[in-house]
Write a protein that binds this ligand. Sequence first.
Ligand SMILES: [Fe+2]
Length: 330
Amino acid sequence: MVDLIFEFVDQPMIPSQKNFASVEEIGESVKVDCCQGNIPEDFPEGVYIRNGSNPLFGGLKLAVSVFGKTDSVWVEGEGMLHALHFKKDEDGEWIFYYKNRYVETDTYKMESQRKKPAFLPVAEGDPLATLVASFFNMLRFGQEYKIMSNTNVFMHGGKHYSIAENYIPQEINPISLETYGNWNPGGAWSRAFTSHPKKVPGTGELVTVGVEAKKPYCIVGIISATNQVDLIADGKELVHRLDLQLDQCSVFHDVGVTNKYTILVDFMLTISPERVMKGGSLFKYEREKDARIAVIPRYGDADSIKWFHIEPCVSYHIMNTFEDGDEVHI
Ligand SMILES: [Fe+2]
């Protein structure tokens, strides 16, 4: 029925977006011959991995129907891993290999098997079309958005993960770039997971945050550290889960950590599906409200959060956070 009602059409790409056009998977590693500049003497052998949005089927699609049009935004391409291997040959000369591979998320597997898009775009578009598209996505796949895994790569507990902030991470092999599957920390997280989780200095615990458009809007989680004497603390357990008990859904794209505190910046960018139903946009920047910073004791409850009001700003990423005596610098 969806295939009858909706037509997927190539979404035009404006010139400034050409850098986001998709590239092909190249298969086996390729030796890289060009190297500009010099590698420092003490540089270690290893692999540098990044990922990014690389739309399947040649580019982003929009969906057209009797209800109107819905578009994708450029961050919605499927995640592709890009790896640059740094190795030394017998003579101590550097050799480099490049390899790329899609993160094989559940959405990727389903859509590539189908050989055409399945999820209807819902990020932008005509209000009725967006509503109907969300409804069909929920009905068919049990979720509104596809799993993209296109934003960041991180390491915890000796394992490697690829992540986009609307779902749990996918475990990957850093050499073959194979996807092993979803990682649901402690079997208990089961919600959105920031693309920028942070390791606590000293202890090595991993701090994450998950933002969703329905209650509970924002949860901060702490995942056990690796290499501790306590056998339970093996990098797998969800050892703390804090519901911030917010009354609106604010976007927390990043999270900061200091030795004792977890830091969030609420710059009043809110998400509300109800607004879409009333013909508004999913995202709203409520600039008339003060932005604020949450300083949360590592294992604190909702009452222990200290909020500091700051001038209106936009803060997707936190560059650095640290303690200096009684002060917390953000
Ligand atoms: Fe980011």
